[in-house]
Every structure is written in C-alpha cells, then in structure tokens.
Design a protein. Structure first.
Length: 154
C-alpha cells in the first residue's frame, strides 16, 4: 500500500493513540493533539510521565490503552521510536504514523524494516498538517513546497 493510501486509512480512524504528547501546553505536539481533537478524533494520549493531557487520561504505553486502539501516531525521538514500535507491535497496532517534517529521512532507520517484518503499515515522517484539509497558510505552503520538490507523500 502506498503512503497516500495509508494516510487516508489512518485519518479514517475515529480513535488512535498519540505517543509522545508533551506535558508542556505550548509544545507543537500539544497543538497537533488539540487539532486532531478539534477535528473530532478520539485521540488517546501516551506519555509515561503524565497522568492526564488536556483533561484526557494519559497512558504510560500503548499496551495499557483500554479498549485497545489499532493505530498510533508517534511524536517520539528516534532513540525512543524503536522501543515504541515494539510496544505497538505487542499491542496489535496495524498502522503507525511517525511524525517528521520531510519524509522518511526524519525517522529511525530501523522503523521501516521493523514495520515490514511485523506487518505494520507505516506513514514515515510526514506532518499531518500538510495533508489535513483547511489548515493554516504556513501548513498549506509546506505541502505545496513538498509537492514542488517531490517530497510530498506518494
């Protein structure tokens, strides 16, 4: 399945985990979390250092989420992502989107092979604001620039 198809599949989910949501309200990850919630998604925050994010129960890892989710959005550093992918596999996650600004080069080099071996669909290193409808001018320009340079998800 190509990246655009996986993005559509991911965005059709009503409920998914967001791993690495910051405890800091001004952080980009919180803004993205709030944007997903504003768009009607049931986003389940995962951060081992938080009990609640914006009033939502926060889980230490994806395996702890009840009822379980089938998709996860990761905003974790590369050195943490590999462990989180193992957690996702153990939790039965079928689609993972790893945040990045400019595509696959932004993610852990182990992510793609791990997901292939474990049957996990992977959106590798793109920002959802580039593909979500009705985003701000900056995000639309980012998407346009990615299309012009050939780095937009295919």
């Amino acid at each position: 399945m190509n990246t655009q198809s996986l993005i559509r599949e991911f965005l059709q989910q009503e409920r998914f985990a967001m791993v690495g949501v910051s405890r800091t309200a001004a952080d980009f990850s919180r803004g993205l979390f709030q944007e997903f919630v504003h768009r009607g998604y049931d986003v389940v925050p995962v951060n081992p250092l938080a009990s609640h994010i914006d009033g939502n129960q926060c889980f230490r890892k994806v395996q702890d989420i009840k009822p379980p989710v089938t998709s996860a959005f990761l905003m974790t550093p590369k050195d943490v992502t590999d462990r989180v992918l193992l957690d996702c596999s153990e939790a039965g996650i079928s689609v993972v989107w790893i945040y990045g600004v400019s595509g696959p080069k932004d993610i852990s080099p182990h992510a793609q092979p791990f997901c292939e071996v474990h049957g996990i669909g992977l959106v590798a290193g793109y920002c959802p604001f580039m593909v979500l409808p009705d985003t701000g001018l900056f995000h639309r320009m980012h998407g346009w620039a990615a299309k012009m340079t050939g780095s937009y998800p295919k």
